[in-house]
Design a protein around this ligand. Sequence first.
Ligand SMILES: [Zn+2]
Length: 263
Amino acid sequence: MSPSLADAHIHLADLLDRDPGFPERLSGTGWICCASSHDEPEWERVEALRSRLPPFVSSFGIHPQWPVWKNADFLARLAGEGRLAAIGEAGFDFFADRPERVRDEANERTQREVFEFQLELALSRGLPLLLHLRKAMDLAFAYAPRLRRLPSAIFHSFPGSARDAETLVAKGINAFFSFGAPLLNGNKRAAAACAAVPSDRLLAETDAPWQPPRRSTHVAADYCRAEDLRPIVEGIAALRGIDLDEAGNTVRRNFIRAFSASE
Ligand SMILES: [Zn+2]
C-alpha cells in the first residue's frame, strides 16, 4: 500500500475475524486509521491489536443499527479518560431492511435518544462525532445547530448529494465527508459528491470488513480488506482529476485535522 494512506473508518476486530493476517501486512506502511468499536469486548480486541499495527486512533459509539444503552457508561468512561479521537459511529439508520430500521415514530424516538446522548457527550468532552446516516439526511440538517458546535462532524460513507454537503458546510458545521467502496461500485450520488466537496473536507475509508468493493480483476472476497483503501483513493483521484499521491496526501492531511490526530 502507498505509504501515506489514512482510513477514516474501519472495524478492526470484525476484519481480524475474516483476515487474521492483515496487521502484519500493514506494518511499516505508514498506514493510519480510526478504528470504530461498539461494545466493550470489541474495544478490548481492538486495543490488543496495538502491538501489531502502526499507531491508530479509536472511536467508540452506540450504533444506530443497535441502539441500546448497555454500552453508554463504558462510552462515557472512555470519553472521560481521553481515549477517544471521536464518538461514533452514531446517527440514524432508516434503510428499512429490518423492522427496527423502518422510520416510524417509535424507532425514530429510540434512535434520537441514543444519538442525542452521544451528541451531548461529544459536545461536553469537545470530541468529534463520526456519523452514520442512512435515509436520514434531513436529521443532519435538523441537528445542525448542535453539530456546528462540535470540533468536527465526520460523515462516514457520506450518503448525501453534493448539494447536501454544501448545505452542511454553509450551516457552519466543520464537516468532513468520507467516501469508500460505493465509489468503486457505481454509486453515482457518492461519485458526484466526492468530485464536488472542497478538498480540505475530503476523507477516504474502507469500512472494512463491510462494504466490499466489487472486484473484476482482484481475487474474489466477500469482505472489504484494509488494502482496498488504495483503489478507493485511486477512485477519488480519478473523480477529482488529480494524481494518486495528491489524493493520498489530501486525505491524510484531512484525517489529522478531522480527528485532531498527530502524525
Ligand atoms: Zn462502519
